[in-house]
Ligand binder design. Structure first.
Ligand code: C2E
Ligand code: CA
Ligand code: CA
Length: 648
């Protein structure tokens, strides 16, 4: 019982040191109220002193009030001085604790002084003393309201002294006044207690709200899967970094990193494995993070780096190679080793780009170029990229204005049997004669058309023309036609192509549709649906540019492919390169096992042809035989003798 009372007493009388927010709120309130309290206290004090000047001794009417004034000034100026300045938590605690400790002494000082004046005055003056004490204590309770302990102790000191002193005068008026003061003070203390409780809970609620909104803000800036900063945080960091770079005249670089071969992992092993891979990727990338290198996830399998340390091209390349290298190491998940890679595009500011948006766009373009020409490596945005970007923009404009029927046509490149050198098919290859830009290479306009989606307007006229020309060929000659990812990307566009083939009157069984490996892995499920529909129509499906992407044949096994076209990068100098020789050999073997035909592209020399034929591959295509030729020349080509062809 005694322990509990003691505990309650201590709680009432102490400063809440474990709640720094409450302390600060108390401090702010008191720094506004206490100077006012001292001002009123001193004016009343001097008024009381002056009314006793003629009757009381000097030490009571001058010396004591002067001492009390000095003490009050000292305290008031401490509060006044710091009312607007942010003060440290330790200072706040110290000031509040001191106020608490001084309260009984200051209260006792004023009380003792005013009671000491009592014997010298007449009845009016004595009433003034009682009035001074009673009213001033109310001001003190009000002004000290936010520091409950100090208010409580001041009231106790003043009221106890008041009641004891005036009750001992046996004067009924003063006894009544004592009771009055006692009641008013008690009511005030009850109100104070309620207010203090409300004040505390308000401050705590505010703290909680602020904490919640901070947490929300933190979550809104984090990627929930990997815990890395998200796209939004990335752009904030980038914005700040560009302004910093402008001020400090230091070079800033942005890297955008895209995983190679991640989609097949998702398709093959499911999303939970995909998610784990992304988490591990984030962990590995964090190894690069430092105060000057920020890592973020932009979404999907795209990550970003902001590199602030004025890095040279060489250092950026080295850092980029490290990032790509980190992700090339296999990931062991679900007991299967998973191999992916990463391509990184980097742009610099203010070097190449002139603002944040451009910096991001250029890095993205460098990534796009890297993906196309050198996946798995770092690609730094260069002057030639700048030109290319400009050229792509011009191409896009011209392409948007182009008459797809009139300006485009197809050339045909023969595909031959590697043993007999008989032509077995022609591959249709698009050409553009633009009235604005002149002859534009497909390597330029096809990527732009794919990127902008304009390819969906281009494919039908090109396919229509190829099918019309192919009508003239003898029965045994097939037609190969290239399709883009977008052509197979929706049910509608697949149906449109199927209708076009049907209406052309060309036997679909003589048509091979070529789809690149990169297009297939973009969306395996939709590709599979498209392939099934084309196969039902009777068309063959060739996997184009095989070997440039990250898929393995086993991953593509589920798709009913009929032909594999091994990319020309494997062919150049194959007779001198045992490693590529072995790869092509095993690929050719695999196609035989899987009952697929195999075409090798880009054969340019007799030596390459000899090496490839020895491997057992069935069909070849390349400049050694013929460049793509106009439709009008295809029949003449078919009529030529085989020996002539090779030597031409
Ligand atoms: P692709 O489908 O891989 O076509 C083969 C490309 O290799 C053609 O380039 C062809 O001229 C070239 N080539 C053939 N033999 C050799 C050789 O021995 N050595 C070298 N160095 N190159 C050889 P082209 O005509 O410039 O076409 C480039 C790419 O544009 C094509 O690559 C294809 O991806 C795309 N493309 C062309 N026409 C169309 C089309 O109608 N639709 C779509 N979607 N893409 C097309
Ligand atoms: Ca092709
Ligand atoms: Ca190809």
């Amino acid at each position: 019982m005694i322990g509990r009372v003691k505990g309650l007493w201590l709680t009432l009388m102490s400063v809440p040191r474990d709640n720094p927010r409450l302390l600060r709120a108390q401090y702010v309130a008191l720094s506004r109220q206490l100077p006012m309290m001292y001002f009123i206290l001193l004016v009343n004090t001097w008024a009381l002193a002056v009314t006793h000047l003629d009757t009381a001794p000097g030490w009571l009417t001058l010396a004591m009030p002067a001492l009390l004034t000095i003490i009050s000034f000292w305290r008031a100026q401490i509060w006044w001085r710091n009312r607007n300045d942010p003060v440290s938590e330790a200072d706040i605690l110290a000031t509040l604790t001191r106020t608490n400790q001084l309260a009984p002494f200051i209260a006792a000082g004023f009380t003792a002084w005013s009671l000491a004046l009592y014997p010298y005055g007449d009845a009016y003056a004595q009433a003034h003393v009682a009035f001074f004490m009673g009213i001033t204590v109310i001001v003190c309770i009000f002004c000290l309201m936010h520091l409950r302990s100090a208010a409580l102790i001041t009231t106790l000191v003043v009221d106890v002294a008041f009641v004891v002193f005036f009750a001992s005068t046996h004067n009924p008026t003063f006894i009544a006044t004592s009771i009055n003061i006692l009641l008013v003070s008690s009511a005030m203390l009850i109100v104070l207690q309620n207010n203090y409780r409300d004040f505390t809970s308000l401050v705590n609620a505010q703290a909680k709200t602020e904490q919640l909104s901070n947490e929300n803000l933190r979550l809104a800036n984090l990627d929930s899967l990997t815990g890395l900063p998200n796209r939004r945080q990335f752009f904030t960091t980038l914005d700040n970094a560009t302004s910093e770079a402008l001020k400090s005249r230091k070079r800033l670089a942005v890297g955008i990193l895209d995983l190679d071969g991640f989609k097949p992992v998702n398709d093959l092993y499911g999303h939970s494995v995909g998610d784990k891979v992304l988490t591990l990727v984030a962990e590995r990338l964090l190894e690069l993070s430092s105060p000057t290198v920020h890592v973020a996830r932009l979404g999907g399998d795209e990550f970003a780096l902001v590199m602030k340390d004025d890095l040279s091209d060489e250092s950026l390349q080295a850092l980029g190679r490290k990032a790509c290298g980190l992700l090339r190491t296999e990931f062991m998940l679900a007991d299967v080793p998973i191999h992916i890679g990463a391509t990184l595009g980097i742009a610099t500011f203010p070097g190449s780009a002139s603002d944040t948006t451009q910096l991001y766009e250029y890095a993205d373009y460098a990534l796009y170029q890297g993906k196309r020409s050198n996946p798995g490596t770092v690609c730094l945005f260069s002057a030639s990229h700048h030109e290319q970007l400009h050229r792509d923009a011009m191409t896009e404009q011209a392409l948007r204005r182009a008459d797809m029927e009139d300006e485009f046509y197809v050339l045909f490149q023969p595909i031959l049997n590697s043993h007999s050198h008989e032509t077995v098919a022609f591959e249709a290859l698009a050409r553009w004669n633009s009235p604005e830009l002149g002859q534009v290479a497909p390597g330029v306009f096809i990527p732009v058309a794919e990127h902008t989606g304009l390819i969906s307007r281009l494919t039908p006229p090109l396919l229509g023309k190829a099918l019309r020309e192919a009508h003239a060929w003898p029965e045994g000659i097939r037609l190969s036609f290239n399709l883009s990812a977008i052509d197979c990307g929706s049910h509608e566009s697949v149906q449109q192509i199927i209708a076009l083939i049907r209406d052309s009157g060309f036997d679909p069984a003589r048509l091979d549709l070529e789809i690149t490996e990169t297009a297939i892995v973009q969306d395996m499920a939709q590709m599979q649906r498209a392939i099934i529909q084309f196969r039902q129509l009777g068309c063959g499906i060739s996997l184009d540019d095989f070997g440039t992407g990250y898929s393995s044949l086993s991953q593509l096994h589920a798709l009913s492919l009929t032909k594999l076209k091994i990319d020309r990068s494997f062919v150049a100098g194959i007779q001198h390169n045992p490693a590529t020789f072995k790869i092509v050999k095993s690929l050719v073997g695999l196609t035989h096992d899987m009952d697929m035909e195999c075409v090798i592209e880009g054969v340019e020399t007799r030596e390459e042809l000899a090496a490839l034929t020895s491997l057992g591959c069935t069909q070849v295509q390349g400049y050694l035989f013929s460049r793509p030729i106009p439709a009008a020349e295809t029949l003449a080509w078919l009529g030529q003798a085989r020996v002539e062809r090779l030597s031409s």
